[in-house]
Ligand binder design. Structure first.
Ligand SMILES: Nc1ncnc2c1ncn2[C@@H]1O[C@H](COP(=O)(O)OP(=O)(O)O)[C@@H](O)[C@H]1O
Ligand SMILES: [Mg+2]
Length: 229
């Protein structure tokens, strides 16, 4: 479904991704872990076409998307829930969902509101008035309504209360059941391990470890070395 091969990405002269390779099979949830500043968001941005790779290849459903602009990549079926949510404070919930809706596919306004019932009563509210948890739901709903086959979620639990984290977990489980593939960037190890099929760990712009969630759970050395746990 997604193949990232030897990707090198820069911000100006800063050399950030130094040869990242990873694979994501259809229907899989892949967790991407690593300390702050190792390049997780940069990888997400390279896949989405926001900070394109300078070298290497990114292939999605057999198409080379390495140098496509972000809007084309979105139309091909990759959705992004960006770190920090990036909602528009002055747009209403409904307006957010209208601007990203894509006609074909299972998710429409009624569908995402059914998945996130809290948003129903908030459709006419401006997003700036929502709680942090509701804003995260909106960010996820906005990505889903584009009917992605692959969802990139960059630290979706950041700043959420435990109750909201559990709710988000249920959402991820139901998306997986519906066949959506997910690249899940996470700081909360337990959350990532609960939902991931496979785990990749980054350090200094490279993938340094790949294993199953069960293996990582019992690998104290790797957790200490790369995650500071
Ligand atoms: N827009 C930018 N310009 C220059 N450097 C950046 C920019 N964004 C991030 N960086 C740097 O790139 C590195 C990786 O950042 P990032 O991908 O956000 O890491 P992570 O998501 O793993 O915390 C960090 O050293 C960060 O300071
Ligand atoms: Mg990040």
């Amino acid at each position: 479904m997604l193949s990232v091969h030897d990707v090198h990405t820069y911000y100006g002269d800063s050399y950030i991704l130094q040869g990242v390779t990873l694979e994501l099979q259809p229907g899989q949830i892949v967790a991407l872990l690593g300390r702050n500043g190792v390049g997780k968001t940069t990888l997400v941005r390279s896949i989405m076409g926001l900070t394109p790779a300078r070298r290497g290849r990114i292939v999605f459903k057999h198409h080379d998307i390495t140098h496509l602009p972000a809007h084309r990549i979105a139309r091909m079926g990759i959705g992004l829930v960006p770190q920090g949510r990036h909602i528009f404070r002055s747009l209403t919930v409904k307006e957010h969902l209208q601007v990203t809706a894509r006609s074909r596919g299972q998710w429409d306004l009624a569908g995402v509101v059914a998945l996130f019932p809290n948003l129903q009563a908030r459709l006419r509210n401006v997003a700036g008035k929502l709680s942090g948890g509701e804003q995260q739901m909106l960010a996820a709903a906005r990505a889903l309504i584009g009917n992605p086959e692959l969802l990139l979620m960059d630290e979706p639990t950041e700043g959420l209360a435990p109750l909201m984290v559990r709710e988000l977990g249920r959402t991820i489980a139901s998306l997986k059941a519906a066949g959506t593939s997910i690249l899940l960037v996470e700081q909360q190890l337990a959350f990532a391990l609960r939902y991931a099929d496979i785990v990749f760990i980054m350090s200094k712009g490279r993938i340094v470890h790949q294993c199953s969630p069960v293996e990582l759970a019992s690998d104290a050395q790797t957790k200490t070395r790369y995650l500071g746990i």
